[in-house]
Design a protein around this ligand. Structure first.
Ligand code: PMT
Length: 224
């Protein structure tokens, strides 16, 4: 643990996409490079927190000073998050696939034969909503992200209420924003009814601001 205001505090961060297998060679996934989630985990660790970073497949290097758990699917991600509890703060920045194929084929589906495979989907568990449920293991502060392509703040507000988290980072991921895979990000922080519009920042700067806001909330650092 680094010395810092969050020394002695435990944090859980999710990052990256999840991969939901169709057969041994194909999968369903969301777009995410893992840059934003990994930067948040690194920023919290630099403030002294004990951080577990649960990430789907990405090309990002493991950040320094975090306990890393690599997973593939949403169900694996949920299990790894539950194993990491209890924590004081959870930040869900992963782009979790909402659906998986109900029954993965154990053999590669063949193109020959002229028939298109019919993929029956099943809903994945919602990790953010599960962590937000009231109970003994609920983190004191649960922060979600809302990736939106239009009406960014309105949709994020609805998501905050629906998922039961405390804060939500409303993230503009419209194609013109360049958010996916890029190094910059345009976000709004919603804390209950309080809305803050942040200017376009690098993902590293978004991570530092968010980590500072979390430290301020947990220990009153005045670091924001
Ligand atoms: O990885 P990068 O390329 O740097 O991009 C960063 C990002 C755009 C992926 C990231 O900043 C971001 O916005 N992450 C959330 C992506 C997302 O899937 O958002 P959503 O609006 O679909 O989901 C809302 C929230 O519920 C998120 O906190 C998500 O982690 C969570 N969720 C969603 C579905 C599910 N089954 N389980 C979840 O926990």
């Amino acid at each position: 643990e680094a010395p810092g205001p969050l020394r002695g505090w435990r944090a859980l961060v999710t990052s990256g996409p999840t991969h939901e297998p169709i057969d041994p060679v194909r999968y369903i996934a969301n777009r995410s490079s893992g840059k934003q989630g990994h930067a948040i985990a690194g920023a919290l660790a630099r403030l002294g927190a004990s951080v577990t970073l649960v990430s789907g497949p990405t090309r990002e290097p493991d950040p320094d000073g975090v306990a890393m758990v690599h997973v593939e699917s949403a169900r694996d991600m949920l299990a790894a998050c539950q194993d990491a509890l209890p924590v004081d703060v959870a930040v869900c920045a992963a782009a979790v696939a909402d659906w998986r194929v109900r029954a993965m084929s154990s053999q590669k589906l063949k193109k020959e034969g002229g028939q298109l495979p019919a993929l029956e989907l099943a809903e994945n568990p919602d990790i953010l909503a599960t962590l937000s449920r009231p109970g003994r293991m609920r983190p004191g502060l649960v922060v979600g992200f809302a990736a939106e392509t239009e009406k960014v703040v309105a949709h994020a507000r609805a998501k905050l209420a629906r998922k039961g988290c405390d804060w939500i980072v409303a993230n503009d991921v419209s194609p013109s924003s360049g958010t996916f895979g890029g190094t910059s990000n345009t976000v709004h922080l919603l804390r209950g009814d309080t809305l803050e519009d942040w200017p376009p920042l690098s993902k590293e700067e978004v991570a530092q601001r968010l980590a500072a806001a979390i430290a301020d909330h947990l220990v009153g650092t005045g670091a924001e």
